[in-house]
Design a binder for this molecule. Structure first.
Ligand SMILES: Nc1ncnc2c1ncn2[C@@H]1O[C@H](COP(=O)(O)OP(=O)(O)OP(=O)(O)O)[C@@H](O)[C@H]1O
Ligand SMILES: [Zn+2]
Length: 902
């Protein structure tokens, strides 16, 4: 990990992309000569296409004290890293404004607020042009068209002049030449028309580009914490939390420590405890240490329902505390918070160019100088016609629409993805998404929840005391982040054995095998058969084969002797089967790659209803890489979805690597090309669909801009060159391209369908009931739900409303709302194994209904709990052949699942 960080900063990526929040930090580091570098964000409305990028760079580079300039065309943002002592912000703004680029400092948190009204130049030129049309009443009115040119041209002149000075041929210059030509021909109306059309189109385009997500932010969130009124629906906030690039702006500037002290968010240190009241935005990433509440995480995960929080829950900066009070112990400083990291990624993504875009940029470079050469080749009847033709060609030489075709669509698609809780790290990734032919899923933590429950834990030959062994195992596992580790620690705790990680020495991780640690002088390995083979004699390996049956079996080897054996199991995520089926309907192959045992892979496959086309188990990290390579060769572009350390290499090797969840492993998130912010696997097919749509839209954009250009040229050459038509075609296609790209944003997300609401309710309710139970509320225990309810509930209560409505959750204003929930919650908790809550394994097991089971045919009867049912009840029947008392309780599953089969 350290090596990775170095590699990143070595490329200057981290440094280049310091977030807004750090703008005052000294990032000079070495070699800065004591200079304080600052990052300033500017809204530059005059940035219309990539042609202006060079202009901005040429304008700012000569300024003393400016270090790095980056331009984000799609959002019209210029980011300047500078030394405020040498180059002040106003100097930078002035330099850009001298060229008419309409630059302004971006206020903290706001972004690109464009005036809704056209500038006075546009209005004046429009009115004058209109008046000139009445020249049939009074011929001198013709001169008003000339006045219209004079009124509308100043902004064009300023920008064109700046471009000309830096020897670049941008659209302003082309248009000005056309206007001058029309005036020279005495065609005042035509000249006035060009000026008016061009300036109006520019304004409309700016409006379209900037209107989209940002304004919602500015209006809904302010830097001051907004108090959400009871009864207000969440959807407005969902719409508001559109783009991650502007999410940083929602962070409060100040945080309140529990002792009442108000500090700047930047000054909050790791380990500080901050107080977050109802309606406030969580200012830092951390862990809840006190209080309970529901938090709206839609800004990060795209999931529009509140997530209950209680002590030990993780919370993230930028999410909103909706009701209740929580005290949060910080786990990262503001600049390192998830939202800050995502912000940097999004910015980097916007700067990176996709293949298509690079190709188009190259073509555009030759296109502009190439087009005006054509009239010479065509030949014209008269000088006047030649001249007209030349002007039309000149206007058509602007590749604006072509250049805009890709970045605007990419930008909109990435915003759309961000709203769905998918972070895509660049246009290239988006393009690859649309080409995916095969998807490889990791099992643990991706297809399954990664919340194991221990089905059995035995001593072998009773040489040791179980309490001692459990204490050692729990102590060593406390140092591991593997999902199995958490289950083993919880299991020990449920037997009142507390782990003592401080006593563990020489802790080691063997990828794909297990872990090792030394405690109280004992050398202990915990892991699968590979670990057993590593730590004990081949004879012992032989003896243990078939000794215990279970989904996943683990061994504890103490000083070279097998001391304990345990079995554990994990349940598939809700929606996993549906996601794979949807991928199938898109013509995409799905395979499972897991480091876990073959039995575990089969078990998961059973829960999924056999939807996976291939299963590969007992893989080492390098095997996953090899298999991803194989998939690429066999099927074409391949996506890998994974969560763990053991997936990092495979994620990097895939065409698109997708990491799961903000709480997934950091290594996976760093190496992946995209991140699902929630643990919803259904977003995988949705992301692919979005990628395909983006590709289609880009293709339409490119085709339309080329076709319109071609049509104008053909018309001009074969019939009559009409200058204003050429201008209209040019600016019109620009606008069309922008509007077409924006359809990517507008469409409602349909991916969740019925499952979305089901899960939302399930998770939220199950955890609420847990909260209520903890608080000792009456009639709220899971055990309170009757059996007949269990049978009748078909596992997850179906939402009664349409999916679009069901994500609108009214925020309860008082306690009444909560009181009617426990019964529902109890049903959900009972049926759906806790609906994803991180409950202790023991309590999950006690819910009986659908907790851990076996996908294996029951006792040779050939009956199998196959599941075409909603996947929250995708739990197999119990393996009744297992004589272990711990697993015998699994028999209870049979009843529930069997009843659901009918
Ligand atoms: N901390 C641990 N404690 C016990 N066993 C472990 C531990 N870490 C790994 N193992 C064993 O090694 C196996 C492989 O682990 P690995 O992390 O490669 O895959 P996984 O997470 O189980 O599955 P997947 O590849 O689907 O995520 C596990 O199935 C488990 O048996
Ligand atoms: Zn995993």
């Amino acid at each position: 990990m350290a090596g990775k960080d170095e590699a990143l900063s070595g490329e200057g990526l981290v440094e280049r992309l310091l977030p807004e929040a750090t703008s005052c930090a000294d990032v000079g580091g070495g070699g800065g000569g004591g200079k304080k570098w600052k990052k300033t964000y500017l809204d530059v409305l005059g940035v219309c296409c990539s042609a202006e990028v060079a202009l901005v760079e040429r304008l700012l580079a000569p300024l003393d004290g400016v270090r790095v300039v980056s331009v984000v065309v799609a959002s019209r943002t210029v980011v300047v890293e500078h030394d405020p002592a040498a180059a002040s912000e106003s100097a930078i703004v002035n330099a850009l404004n001298k060229a008419g680029l309409e630059a302004s400092m971006r206020a903290y948190g706001s972004s690109g607020v464009v005036s809704r009204w056209p500038s006075p130049y546009i209005v004046a030129s429009g009115v004058l042009l209109l008046a000139s049309f009445f020249n049939w009443l009074f011929p001198p009115l013709q001169l008003l068209a000339f006045a219209a040119v004079c009124a509308g041209a100043p902004p064009m002149l300023r920008r064109g002049w700046a471009a000309a000075c830096s020897l670049s041929l941008d659209i302003n210059v082309l248009m000005l030449i056309a206007v001058a030509g029309a005036l020279a021909l005495g065609d005042y109306t035509e000249a006035g028309g060009i000026v008016f059309l061009f300036t109006t189109a520019e304004w409309l385009e700016t409006l379209a580009c900037t209107k989209v997500p940002y304004q919602c932010h500015v209006t809904v969130f302010s830097n001051k914490p907004t108090v959400i009124k009871p009864g207000r629906t969440l959807t407005s906030q969902v719409q508001a939390s559109a783009g991650m690039s502007s999410l940083m702006g929602t962070l409060p500037a100040k945080a309140v420590l529990v002792n009442g002290e108000v500090v700047r968010v930047r000054d909050v240190r790791v380990g500080d405890v901050v107080a977050v009241r109802a309606g406030e935005i969580v200012p830092v990433d951390g862990v809840v240490v006190d209080g309970q509440s529901e938090v709206d995480e839609s800004s990060l995960t795209g999931e529009s329902f509140p997530v209950p929080k209680q002590p030990h829950s993780d919370v993230w900066a930028g999410t909103m505390n909706m009701d209740g009070y929580i005290a949060v112990r910080t786990t990262a400083v503001a600049d390192n918070s998830t939202v800050a990291r995502m912000d940097r990624l999004v910015e980097a993504a916007q700067n990176s160019r996709s293949k298509t875009q690079r190709l188009i940029d190259i073509c555009a470079k030759y296109y502009t100088p190439g087009v005006p050469m054509i009239p010479a080749l065509l030949g014209a009847d008269s000088l006047r016609q030649w001249w007209n033709l030349a002007l039309v060609l000149l206007v058509s030489a602007c590749p604006c629409a072509l250049v805009l075709s890709t970045p605007v669509a990419t930008f909109c698609a990435m915003l759309r993805a961000a709203r769905m809780g998918i972070f895509i790290k660049g246009g290239d990734v988006l393009e690859s998404l649309g080409e995916i032919r095969a998807v490889a899923f990791d099992k643990t933590g991706t297809i399954t929840r990664g919340e194991f429950s221990i089905d059995s834990f035995h001593l072998v030959e009773n040489k040791l005391e179980i309490d001692h062994l459990l204490h050692w195992v729990a102590s060593i596992e406390s140092k591991s982040s593997h999902p199995m580790a958490a289950a083993l620690v919880e299991y020990a705790q449920s037997k009142s054995i507390q782990p003592n990680p401080e006593n563990v020495g020489d802790f080691r991780i063997y990828p794909g095998e297990g872990i090792y640690g030394e405690i109280h002088g004992k050398h202990i390995y915990i892991g699968n058969r590979r670990a057993l083979a590593r730590a004990s004699s081949p004879q012992q390996v032989q003896e243990t084969s078939g000794m215990i049956k279970g989904v996943s079996v683990g061994y504890v080897i103490c000083d070279g002797e097998l001391a304990g054996v345990f079995s554990l199991s994990d349940d598939c995520r809700t929606g996993a089967a549906e996601a794979v089926r949807e991928l199938g309907s898109l013509g995409i192959k799905s395979v499972m790659l897991t480091g876990d045992s073959t039995r575990a892979a089969m078990h998961a496959q059973g829960q999924l209803g056999g939807v996976m086309e291939e299963l590969h188990s007992e893989l080492l990290p390098e095997d996953k890489v090899r298999l991803v390579g194989g998939l690429k060769a066999r099927f074409g572009p391949t996506m890998m979805v994974g969560d763990g350390m053991n997936d990092a290499a495979a994620l990097a090797a895939a065409d698109v690597g997708v990491s799961m969840g903000i709480s997934g492993s950091a290594a996976a998130m760093e190496t992946s090309h995209a991140t699902l912010m929630s643990s919803d696997v259904l977003r995988v097919p949705e992301a692919i669909r979005l990628g395909r749509r983006a590709r289609r839209i880009i293709a339409v954009n490119v085709a339309a801009s080329l076709a319109v250009k071609a049509a104008v040229l053909v018309l001009a050459a074969s019939w009559r060159p009409v200058l204003w038509a050429a201008v209209l075609a040019d600016v019109g296609t620009c606008l069309l391209v922008v509007l077409n790209s924006m359809t990517l944003l507008r469409e409602k997300w349909k991916g969740g369908k019925k499952g979305d609401a089901c899960r939302a309710t399930a998770r939220s309710l199950a955890m609420r009931s847990q909260l209520a139970a903890d608080a000792g509320a009456p009639n709220s225990t899971a055990a309170g739900a009757g059996r007949e309810q269990t049978n009748g509930c078909h596992c997850c209560p179906k939402p009664s409303k349409s999916p679009e409505h069901s994500v609108v959750i009214d925020i309860p204003s008082n306690g009444e709302h909560k009181e009617e929930q426990p019964t529902m919650a109890a049903i959900v908790a009972k049926c759906c194994g806790g609906g994803g809550s991180k409950k202790p394994a023991a309590s999950r097991a006690s819910q009986g209904c659908c907790s851990a089971g076996e996908g294996k045919p029951i006792n040779g009867t050939g009956r199998r709990c196959t599941n075409e049912k909603p996947s929250c009840c995708d739990k197999g029947a119990a393996d009744v052949t297992n004589s272990s008392p711990e697993t015998a309780k699994g028999c209870a599953n049979e009843g529930c699942c069997a009843s659901l089969q009918d």
